[in-house]
Design a binder for this molecule. Structure first.
Ligand code: URA
Length: 235
């Protein structure tokens, strides 16, 4: 049971003070009855709260699947650049953050949530969560590259920095090669640095999946949707 003003503030209707005022003005109702008392106790698991006629279900966490477009940075706030969180229209934007980072010029799957514990689990290097990328690479990607990636490559600048074994699949090899790469880490610019380590340049990069979560192909770059109950369970 929680107070009605806290319930509505938690769901992003406004600050606690604003919400109290709205309730006094009669804009909230519980189980169909107008309520003007901010301290009314509500059972968030069974009662129906509405605000300005709109049902406001109580959810502790929000989960969005975004197809990140190019030109947007993986951050919550930035002084100069557009951020991935600014793309999400949510009443509760303040707590949202991206789980991990994609480079500004990378597209594809990005999970946006306010669930810190889940983010921690997905990003922990010890959990070895598979991240699968589609890439277009300048020049011919070869079976030798597949072998080298399977062993792990050194992507360090001054000091050696070895990657864990990675699975490289060649979809098309030519002047521009098309590949799928699965890694279990998330080192800074990892995919680009792995190809650089074998003398090649990534021209286009898109994340297709992260653990059990697969990018919905119906989402164009910049579009997003809520995760389904099933997807949340699988995470
Ligand atoms: N590896 C990269 O190089 N860039 C990304 O955005 C993600 C993985």
């Amino acid at each position: 049971m929680i107070r009605l003003d806290k319930y509505l503030a938690d769901m992003g209707v406004g600050t606690r003070q604003e919400v109290k005022k709205h309730i006094r003005q009669g804009r909230a109702s519980v189980d169909g009855m107008a309520v003007k008392r901010a301290d009314l106790k509500v059972d968030e698991s069974s009662q129906t709260v509405t605000f300005d006629g709109e049902e406001i279900p109580y959810a502790a966490f929000e989960y969005y699947m975004l197809n990140k477009p190019k030109g947007v940075v993986s951050a919550t706030e930035d002084a100069k650049e557009r951020t991935v969180v600014s793309l999400i229209e949510s009443r509760r934007k303040s707590g949202l953050f991206p789980v991990g980072r994609l480079d500004k010029d990378t597209e594809g799957l990005l999970l946006i949530t306010n669930d810190g514990a889940l983010a921690h689990r997905l990003l922990s290097p010890r959990k070895h969560v598979d991240k699968c990328y589609y890439a277009e690479v300048a020049g011919e990607v070869t079976e030798e590259d597949v072998r080298l990636f399977a062993e792990g490559v050194d992507i360090g600048a001054e000091q050696e920095e070895r990657t864990r074994p990675a699975r490289l699949e060649i979809l098309e090899s030519g002047r521009v090669s098309k590949v799928r790469l699965t890694i279990q880490e998330g080192k800074f610019h990892q995919v680009k640095r792995m190809f650089r380590a074998v003398g090649k340049e990534v021209l286009y990069l898109k994340r297709e999946s992260m653990g059990a979560l697969v990018l919905d192909e119906g989402l164009r770059p910049g579009q997003y949707r809520h995760l389904t109950e099933k997807e949340i369970e699988k995470l």
